[in-house]
Design a protein around this ligand. Structure first.
Ligand SMILES: Nc1ncnc2c1ncn2[C@@H]1O[C@H](COP(=O)(O)OP(=O)(O)OP(=O)(O)O)[C@@H](O)[C@H]1O
Length: 256
């Protein structure tokens, strides 16, 4: 699996058009930030890409196979989606939540093996969360829950990983930790990530490429290292207004 092609996606809820003709490709070893103001359709687009929402028109292809031709469980082996809000409402341990990531690989009556448990522990350890493994998930703080849901996505180990604001409830340190962890997995294992973020500086720090949505359309799509600061400033000024771009330690940062 080399490329996920997102082609001419149009999506709506009822009559209201939300995403209008968006196309791009997700490639191996690439980490892409999806930016845009509240309500610009970022989550809607992610839901279409992972197959949770049927588009009005347009298609997604993995290596030229229409993704809708895959059964849900099969598709989950190729694409993971970390939603903004988890739907876990029953008592279960943190470890069991992380192990849910392995479900697409198990048969109907299959259970996670000891090897799976070891992998889940390792992921928790890398996030400094191993001491929580046997705690009740529902009793964690919202930020800790968010870390565990990211861990579940990493456990799923899909080629294409989608994350919807995985750092929205995280403190400054954990926010940086989780973004650098996701980047590390993408680079080491040659995966491909698409992440919605509200802080453009996090995107400029950790992503290779930035896609910006505006007025239901793809407004900009650029690779940070190939793009000059003037262009980036122009794009972000049209979104965030009155910003300036500064160059610090080899990275761009924007200030308002
Ligand atoms: N289930 C739904 N039914 C109807 N309208 C919806 C639904 N989900 C989202 N919308 C509408 O679609 C538009 C885009 O929402 P979406 O959640 O995709 O935006 P977003 O860019 O992810 O926003 P945010 O940054 O606030 O998370 C919004 O106007 C929203 O009200």
């Amino acid at each position: 699996m080399e490329v996920l092609k997102i082609e001419n996606i149009v999506a709506s809820y009822g009559r209201e058009l939300i995403v209008d003709d968006i196309s791009f490709h997700m490639k191996k070893s690439e980490f892409t930030g999806l930016l845009g103001l509240n309500g610009t359709g970022k989550t809607t687009l992610l839901k279409v890409i992972c197959g949770l929402l049927k588009p009005k028109s347009g298609k997604c292809f993995i290596d030229n196979k229409d993704m809708m031709k895959y059964k849900e469980k099969e598709r989950a082996k190729y694409i993971s989606f970390m939603p903004q809000r988890h739907s876990i409402i029953y008592d279960t341990t943190v470890l069991e939540v992380v192990l849910m990531g392995i479900t697409p690989y198990l048969g109907t009556f299959g259970h996670p093996t000891n090897e799976h448990r070891k992998i889940a522990y390792d992921i928790l350890e890398k996030m400094d969360m191993e001491e929580c493994a046997n705690k009740n998930f529902l009793q964690l703080s919202e930020g800790q829950k968010q870390l565990i849901i990211v861990a579940r996505s990493l456990m799923q180990n899909s080629q294409f990983m989608l994350f919807d604001e995985p750092n929205s409830a995280l403190d400054f340190n954990n926010s940086h930790m989780i973004l650098s962890k996701i980047r590390e997995v993408i680079k080491k294992e040659r995966k491909s990530g698409l992440i919605t973020l509200h802080d453009p500086n996090m995107a400029l720090t950790y992503c290779d490429r930035i896609i910006v949505l505006k007025d239901k359309k793809k407004f900009a799509d650029f690779y940070i290292k190939d793009t000059d600061s003037g262009f980036i400033q122009e794009v972000f000024n049209k979104i965030y207004e009155d910003i300036e771009i500064i160059h610090y330690n080899g990275k761009y940062m924007i200030v308002k």
